[in-house]
Design a protein around this ligand. Structure first.
Ligand code: SF4
Length: 262
């Protein structure tokens, strides 16, 4: 088989993670471009990210939970588009409870750290780099400058805290972002903070050269495999309980005979 569409010009860390979890998922999302319906989790995540982005564009002294309410209507207009409302089946009543939940989570962030004291170098900062021949693109939630002069990658998470057994994969995206910062800015962040704003807990991890090197190498290997599968005309399905659980392509896979669990 030959694909009608070209390979994407660049890869985001999350699309790379799609590939690493299941090559067929990557094919459907990034080459076939089959839309994935919004879920409550993805919409809520985007809603909270939008609100916090606006608050962090304010001067330090103005940041606080009292600002959250001012951005809710904009967040509704930008995130709860007609398509998203249809996907989620939102009514007037459920929209109100969705917005209330988004507001609660966004406000909860301000119980986790003093936003007025954070020195922010970038908000929703776009990185577009090539690392060892791999074209990578992505948007960082936040890049902070610490008092000791080092950089911290800050990533908001609106889902549940991860199982301790999966911490390595939880940090995989942001560790690749550290490699992207190194390539784009000439400076490697020293630490990563994952802010689980719904739960009000943060998980931190230092960034080491070993980790950055390993993420770079994994990206190179994945990009090489992607090009090979593309040339061969097909990406294998790799069903597993973890990969398939939240995958939008389950019906497609089942229809083509893939043994999708669950
Ligand atoms: S349903 Fe499972 S096997 Fe199919 S694309 Fe998704 S993750 Fe891969």
């Amino acid at each position: 088989m030959t694909f009608e569409r070209p390979l994407p010009a660049s890869l985001s860390p999350s699309r790379l993670q799609d590939f690493q979890s299941c090559p067929r998922k990557f094919q459907h999302a990034s080459i076939d471009r089959i839309p994935q319906p919004a879920t409550k989790a993805t919409a809520l995540g985007r809603f909270v990210h939008y609100v916090l982005e606006q608050v962090f564009k304010l001067d330090n002294a103005q940041r606080g939970d009292h600002q959250v309410g001012a951005y809710l209507n904009d967040a509704v207009a930008n995130i709860l588009t007609d398509d998203v409302r249809t996907d989620l089946g939102l009514t007037e009543v459920t929209t109100s409870s969705f917005v209330a939940e988004g507001e609660r989570i966004a406000k909860n962030y301000f119980t986790m750290e003093d936003a007025t004291a954070r020195q922010v170098e970038g908000v929703e900062q776009r990185l577009n780099v090539e690392i060892d021949g791999v074209p990578l693109v992505g948007i960082l939630d936040r890049l902070d400058r610490e008092d000791d002069g080092s950089l911290t990658i800050v990533d908001y998470k609106t889902g549940r805290l991860p199982n301790v057994n999966y911490l390595s994969s939880t940090f995989a995206n942001t560790e690749l972002y550290a490699a992207m910062c190194e390539a784009a800015l000439g400076e490697t962040p020293k630490q990563i903070r994952l802010l689980y704003v719904g739960a009000g807990e943060a998980i931190e991890r230092p960034v080491t050269e070993v980790v950055v090197g390993a993420r770079r190498k994994a990206a190179v290997n994945a990009w090489s495999s992607i090009n090979n599968y593309y040339a061969e005309g097909g990406f294998p399905a790799r069903p597993s309980a973890n990969s398939c659980r939240f995958c939008a392509y389950k019906p497609l896979c089942r229809a083509s005979g893939v043994a999708v669990p669950g």
